[in-house]
Design a protein around this ligand. Structure first.
Ligand SMILES: Cc1ncc(COP(=O)(O)O)c(C=O)c1O
Length: 389
């Protein structure tokens, strides 16, 4: 009775762990959460205040499908502050990056068209392609190349039906960025095939100081870029994001946005304008520092426990951790950790098939105190399981 697509989607393994975690919590036990892919902070107060004012002022009607001009201007200024000139007309506000992915898949893929995505990668990517009858094709990436595809990987995966690539920088679950030269080379190859290049930059700004570029738009101005208010701006539940598209795509994308979404959430858009003001920006940047401190504690703690983290991430709030020294499969490892020690971690299986049994994703979207407690519990687990190195 239901569609092939709905039957085809597998539920995330982590949802069973989350369910188990909430059962423990209902019994009054404390769970350490390393599985959550969203900031633990509340949305910054100036943004919340702006939402209240917007509602009081009656900002509750539809807006233009592209989003309100104030917000689009803020986004353009945000790029300008990174020395990237993007005309406002190329920016469309969306219902989260997820809404952006629906729009770009609808714009760029026809039934039977292939889209190259990475494995491991953000698990929903393949669903967006399938939604419009597209065929996601997974390109395995490994620690050897910092979990990002090389030009050669893309060249060899590219086939007759391939229409484009969707890559993320920094990526989920690995937090690594595409090397600037590789990005340019891949874009050159894709353009020569007449294909499209979508770069997911939803973790933009949650990056370390050593990174060589902030947005791929500074290197390749004509790519499609996805971004969001969810992560750096701490607005996951507001469901707001944006896309930057080449000039030629604006009209068609606007038509799709009008038909599929009418407009993004109006109060959320007015709130998001305040996300770019100095007071909110300084809160975001302090939070980024907090993530950085946590990353260090978690990284050092896990390495001291014998785990290997083959690639130090460039950003986001994840560590992709090799658990092979435990001789356990990642699903088994995660299940036993929650069941026996009330520590929730996401198995590699939720991000693809490539080496999935060997990796788990730790998100440091929890307090330092919780991270230390989690490390203590994992230490205990390894001792109890006879795996302490
Ligand atoms: C790489 C990546 N892209 C897109 C999304 C969707 O984000 P949102 O719809 O909240 O903007 C996520 C969410 O975790 C993600 O990790």
């Amino acid at each position: 009775m239901y569609s092939r697509l709905s039957n085809d989607i597998s539920p995330f393994t982590v949802m069973q762990l989350v369910q188990r975690a909430s059962e423990f919590e209902a019994q009054g036990q404390r769970v350490v959460h390393f599985e959550v892919g969203e900031p633990d902070f509340q949305t910054a107060a100036p943004i919340v205040a702006a939402a209240h004012s917007a509602l009081d002022a009656g900002r509750t009607k539809y807006t233009a499908a592209q989003g309100i001009s104030e917000l689009r201007q803020c986004i353009a200024d945000f790029y300008k502050s990174q020395d990237i000139a993007i005309p406002v007309g190329r920016i469309l506000v969306t219902s989260g990056a997820s809404g952006g992915l629906v729009l770009l898949a609808s714009l760029l893929l026809d039934a039977g068209d292939e889209l190259l995505i990475t494995d491991p990668g953000y698990p929903c990517n393949e669903v967006f392609a399938k939604l419009v009858g597209g065929l996601p094709k997974k390109v395995p990436v490994s620690a050897e190349n910092r979990f990002q595809p090389t030009l050669a990987d893309i060249q060899s995966a590219w086939g007759e039906k391939t229409k484009g690539v969707l890559l993320a920088s920094p990526a989920n679950p690995t937090g690594t960025m595409l090397d600037a030269d590789e990005l340019i080379a891949i874009q050159g190859f894709v353009a020569a095939q007449g294909g499209f290049f979508i770069l997911d930059e939803i973790y933009q700004n949650l990056t370390r100081d050593h990174v060589t570029y902030t947005s791929g738009l500074s290197l390749c101005p004509d790519i499609f870029v996805l971004n969001s208010f969810s992560k750096y701006f701490g607005m996951t539940g507001w469901r707001l994001g944006w896309v930057v598209v080449p000039d030629a795509a604006v009209e068609a994308l606007t038509k799709l946005a009008q038909n599929l979404f009418i407009s993004p959430s109006t109060p959320a858009q007015y709130a998001a304008v305040a996300a770019f003001a100095d007071d909110a920006m300084s809160i975001h940047s302090q939070r980024k520092e907090t993530f950085e401190t946590r990353a260090k504690i978690l990284y050092e703690g896990l390495v001291a426990l014998g785990f290997s983290i083959p690639v130090i991430p460039d950003g986001a709030f994840y560590l992709y951790v090799d658990i092979s020294h435990t001789n356990m499969d990642s699903a088994d490892f995660c299940w036993r950790l929650i069941e026996e020690y009330q520590v929730a971690v996401t198995p590699g299986y939720d991000f693809g098939d490539s080496d999935a049994g060997r990796y788990v994703r730790f998100a440091y979207t929890t307090s330092e105190e919780a991270i230390l407690l989690g490390l203590e519990r994992i230490d205990q687990a390894l001792q109890d399981w006879g795996l302490k190195v």
